[in-house]
Design a protein around this ligand. Structure first.
Ligand code: URP
Ligand code: ZN
Ligand code: ZN
Ligand code: ZN
Length: 456
């Protein structure tokens, strides 16, 4: 064996039990009591939890947005991921008008491959169907291991928005080839109206970012997306759900048996819209914006009941000087916040405090994203799966600070957040990439995850 982790409490989405776990050639070779085979390395995990690595199904690394590029590239973003127990990140190649899917994926892979410190998968953003021709490439995308697409109902000026007709064509074609469509759901026309009005009235602070896209602006679009998906019986994954009304509509459709999947993010679970009244409110500007207490309570309720499927980060940090562009005009603030290193520690601390079970945290952050997106080698500690493993110390106290994170950004919305319990080691395919505060991985070690069809 290459590695044996002994005496830890192994946590899956379903159960927890004390056992040893043996790793050979990057795979989990054996799980059992008192394993006695020889191993190149033995780790004593007595008293610790042993978890599957998290899969962050939503990160934007080196993403062009708002006149700049997000602050974490593939190296720093995946280094941070490793240090937070995330062993696979999903990123987004962005297809552009006149361009194809495969070329877009290949050029993103060329950027990512030499830098990735953990494994990576892609959802391909579709911005234009090139007169319908692009749909012919969906099958090839699935064959190449990219089995999900993403659409935005917003970001017209960034050239990313699709209309309802395009969205339905994508839903249908994705369903035909066994892929799943992701949607960013907000109503662009209402946002534009609100922005125009606020700017005319000289209302320019970060609070007006929230007021230009409050609860109902997201709810309308969530419901519309659910409506179209139901109408054509296509699978749908709603990213970064943040409002109660949209959530309840999606849950209703899901409960009725439609293949609707719901993601939320830690920032919506931790903060409320009050943050936009703060002097540094612009640092919290993301879309959809963080909503009020009622929505946050509904999100936690769904997390507890099992009706939210995944928690992912929407990691898309910008530097302070870039956020400052919008000091006097909220429309100039690049949208997005940091999170990839905080996802698993945050959800596991919620488990440690008794808010949810550790099994549920594993399900939300690892097992469900693997299932929904067809990562058949990942998402659980099972013999034959990739040895993507996190060792977690329930008694380790940790205070999040930009100084202890492993990204390239210069501030974090999570500054000062105290967590009881923290990951102490991360392994990707059996190789240690994080050890007690230190990144121990290597750029280029991360591999592209060729996925099976969605939901398979
Ligand atoms: O504000 C955000 N979320 N920025 C990243 C792009 C997106 O909408 O996911
Ligand atoms: Zn989005
Ligand atoms: Zn996003
Ligand atoms: Zn304790």
């Amino acid at each position: 064996m290459d590695l044996i982790i002994k005496n830890g409490t192994i946590v899956t989405a379903k159960e927890s039990f004390v056992a040893d776990i043996a790793v050979k050639d990057g795979k989990i070779a054996c799980i059992g009591s008192n394993l006695s085979m020889e191993a190149a390395k033995t780790v004593d995990a007595t008293g610790k939890l042993v978890l599957p690595g998290a899969i962050d199904a939503h990160t934007h690394l080196a993403m062009p947005f708002g006149g700049t590029v997000s602050a974490d590239g593939y190296l720093s973003g995946t280094r941070a991921a490793a240090c937070g127990g995330v062993t696979t990140v999903f990123d987004y190649p962005m297809q552009r008008k006149g361009k194809g899917i495969l070329g877009t994926i290949e050029s993103r892979k060329a950027m990512c491959d030499p830098e990735a410190c953990v494994d990576y998968a892609f959802h391909c953003i579709i911005t234009d169907l090139n007169g319908g021709e692009l749909l012919e490439e969906f099958q090839a995308s699935v064959d190449s291991g990219v089995t999900s697409f993403k659409c935005f109902f917003v970001y017209k000026k960034e050239g990313m928005m699709v209309d309802d007709g395009t969205f339905i064509k994508i839903l249908l074609k994705a369903k035909e080839v066994g892929a799943i469509t992701n949607i960013h759901a907000e109503n662009p026309d209402v946002i534009d109206l609100n922005i125009e009005k606020f700017l005319k009235e000289g209302k320019t602070s970060a609070w007006y970012h929230y007021l230009s896209r409050p609860e109902f602006v997201e709810a309308e679009a969530d419901k519309r997306a659910v409506h179209w998906a139901k109408s054509v019986e296509a699978p749908l994954y709603i990213v970064h759900m943040a409002d109660k009304e949209g959530l309840l509509a999606a849950v209703e459709a899901k409960t009725a048996g439609h293949p609707i999947f719901i993601e939320t993010c830690p920032q919506y679970l931790e903060f409320t819209n009050e943050v936009y009244k703060r002097e540094d409110g612009r640092n919290f500007v993301c879309s959809p914006p963080i909503k009020g207490q009622e929505s946050q309570d509904a999100l936690w309720d769904a997390i507890k009941k099992g009706t939210i499927d995944t928690v992912a980060t929407d990691h898309c940090p910008f530097q302070s000087y870039e956020k400052d562009w919008g000091k006097d005009d909220f429309t100039k603030i690049p949208n997005g916040c940091a999170g990839v290193e905080n996802l698993y520690p945050y959800m596991l601390a919620a488990a440690n405090s008794g808010k949810i079970s550790f099994n549920r945290a594993v399900e939300l952050c690892s097992t469900n994203p693997a299932k929904i997106f067809g990562c058949d080698t990942k998402g659980s500690l099972t013999v034959g799966k990739d040895a993507d493993i996190v060792i977690y110390d329930k008694e380790k106290d940790f205070t999040i600070s930009v100084n202890t994170m492993h990204s390239d950004y210069d501030h974090t919305i999570w500054e000062g957040k105290k967590l009881h319990g923290y990951p102490v080691q991360t392994y990707v395919r059996g190789r240690m990439v994080y050890d007690n505060g230190e990144f121990t991985g290597e750029p280029g070690y991360g591999q592209f995850v060729k996925r099976k069809t969605a939901l398979s």
